[in-house]
Design a protein around this ligand. Structure first.
Ligand SMILES: Nc1nc2c(ncn2[C@@H]2O[C@H](COP(=O)(O)OP(=O)(O)OP(=O)(O)O)[C@@H](O)[C@H]2O)c(=O)[nH]1
Ligand SMILES: [Mg+2]
Length: 312
């Protein structure tokens, strides 16, 4: 397939085209992803999550600069939960990232979460695989830490950076349940603002409460992303975490978690779709729903019956 060769040669237009196909769930995308899969698994994946406006994109931008200086190729995926019709955040990211736009060693992609009902982790996984196959050594995945879907997206990164900012309340606010456990590194960005040390203390206290994921104790780093302050330390933190993963053989474990997430999501997506297609085609679906609504049948038995008919 021509597109495969072009992606392996890091052809930017081929990468962009395949990503669009992936986002639109096009059949050609699946064919290409199948062929590319064996050469993936090389990239190091860093997830960056945190509340809206906490400076994730600015941090991503600064990290990109640092890693480029070091000669590493970088792929950036900004998962954007806002509607593409307002598009503000996407536009802002694009403008900010423009300094990298002429750099062939950087590929930036914004993904709207709209239209990926539940399949966001899968779509992101696919896009990560495209960038991985295209030889990007480092892949930065930015998501707003608002919902379970977004957490799922970054959870299986090799290194997960959780960003917070000072002054969002006593309870370290948007560091919601589920986020704390996935952090490998905490960043308190906007440390030029009042209360950064208080936020650090709060995070330390919160970390003392729960069991960590491993014997890695997540560092808490202060940054001023707009001025590049603390970025070198963040890079060091990421590299130290990577070394920790390698030492402990944990990188394979995260890879395995990514494989699991992608496989299970695909199975869920396609399994459900096929069952529904079959049930819709012969009219069973609507008929069953009507009977459930009329209390002639309960939904529990209906599901069992449908699955039994499919031999499951
Ligand atoms: N004072 C201060 N402002 C910052 C800092 N980092 C980022 N900002 C500003 O905060 C605003 C939001 O930054 P972004 O990088 O777009 O934040 P984000 O988390 O990517 O935002 P969303 O993707 O929309 O959730 C911008 O106006 C930045 O210039 C910082 O360290 N200090
Ligand atoms: Mg952003």
């Amino acid at each position: 397939m021509e597109i495969i060769e072009r992606i392996r040669r890091q052809d930017v237009r081929a990468i962009a085209r395949l990503m669009s196909l992936v986002e639109n769930n096009a059949p050609e995308a699946t064919a290409a992803l199948k062929e590319l899969y064996p050469i993936t698994g090389q990239a190091f994946i860093v997830g960056i999550t945190g509340p809206p406006g906490s400076g994730k994109s600015t941090l991503t931008d600064q990290l990109t600069k640092e890693f480029r200086r070091d000669g590493k190729t970088v792929g950036i995926i900004a998962v954007d939960p806002t509607s593409p019709f307002t598009g503000g955040a996407i536009l802002a990211d694009r403008i900010r990232m423009q300094q990298h736009s002429l750099d062939a060693g950087v590929f930036i992609r914004s993904m709207a979460t709209r239209g990926h009902l539940g399949g966001l982790a899968r779509a992101t996984g696919d896009v990560v695989n495209v960038l991985d196959a295209a030889g990007k050594e480092l892949i930065l995945v930015e998501t707003v830490g608002v919902g379970q879907d977004e957490v799922e997206v970054v959870k299986t990164a090799d290194t997960c950076v959780v960003v917070s900012v000072p002054g969002l309340g006593d309870d370290v606010q948007a560091i919601k349940a589920g986020i704390l456990e996935i952090a490998d590194i905490f960043v308190v960005n906007k440390a030029d603002r009042e209360g950064a040390d208080k936020t650090v203390t709060e995070l330390q206290a919160m970390m003392g409460l729960g069991p960590g994921r491993s014997d890695w104790s997540p560092p808490i780093l202060k940054t001023v992303a707009t001025q590049g302050q603390g970025i070198a330390e963040l890079v060091q933190g990421i590299l130290a975490h990577r070394a920790h993963l390698d030492r402990r053989g944990l990188r394979q474990m995260r890879q395995r978690e990514r494989s699991r997430a992608l496989f299970l999501e695909l199975l869920q997506e396609q399994g459900t779709r096929r069952l529904l297609e079959r049930a819709s085609a012969n009219g069973t679906l609507e008929h069953t729903i009507e009977r459930i609504a009329k209390r002639e049948m309960d939904p529990y038995s209906a599901v069992e019956e449908l699955l039994a008919k499919a031999g499951l």
